[in-house]
Ligand binder design. Sequence first.
Ligand SMILES: C[S@@+](CC[C@H](N)C(=O)[O-])C[C@H]1O[C@@H](n2cnc3c(N)ncnc32)[C@H](O)[C@@H]1O
Length: 211
Amino acid sequence: MNNNYDFNVKRKRPEEIYSDVSDYFKGEVLKQYAASKSMMKTQEKITIRAIELLNLERDDALILDAGSGPGFTAMYLNEIGYKAVAIDLISSFLNYYDIKELNPIVADMCFPPFKPNTFDAIISISALQWIYRDIKNEQMNKMLINLSKSFFQILKPDSRVVIQFYPKNKKILENIGKIIAKSTTFHGNFIIDNPNSQRKRKIYLLLDKEL
Ligand SMILES: C[S@@+](CC[C@H](N)C(=O)[O-])C[C@H]1O[C@@H](n2cnc3c(N)ncnc32)[C@H](O)[C@@H]1O
């Protein structure tokens, strides 16, 4: 990321209004999200970019979809031949489409219930902003530390994590990088697609667990 690059999203995002993600994704909002074909297409596009960034060597890699929602990413990964495991906090998201065939797990991605060195890769699409969005919030700080340590542990050596998310501003993005660098030995960087378009901008965090 270019050091001079800056951004600050003015519009209030749902995670600023609802402190708990399950207070937002429930009832009609949850149903509409899960049933939306345009959302499915958008999230698939992000997934395709995330796969490109993962640069996987194995065609049958085992990939964790962390914060899977209704499973747009996990299902796509499965369709193209990867083995996917989906986890999400909200159990009613995990009843949609064919995701049931993937045996999705209701779990907090900050405390993923897997053995060390399990996954060839981890993808998380549009979820991290629910976990960390306020630099003064000590609890969020702790959850992010836990998430990064856990991701490091459950990932095989010489593997990569790709996290796409929507930070509100550059300060939050930078803090996320600092916290992860302090709590793990991940090597990471941010990739920003369409940096000059607020609508099209997509931010990806790449984290490498080296050999
Ligand atoms: C905007 S949705 C994105 C869902 C899906 N990744 C997609 O691309 O459609 C955000 C998801 O993150 C999940 N989430 C937020 N915090 C989480 C946590 N701590 N552990 C697991 N899932 C979480 C929410 O339950 C929700 O399903």
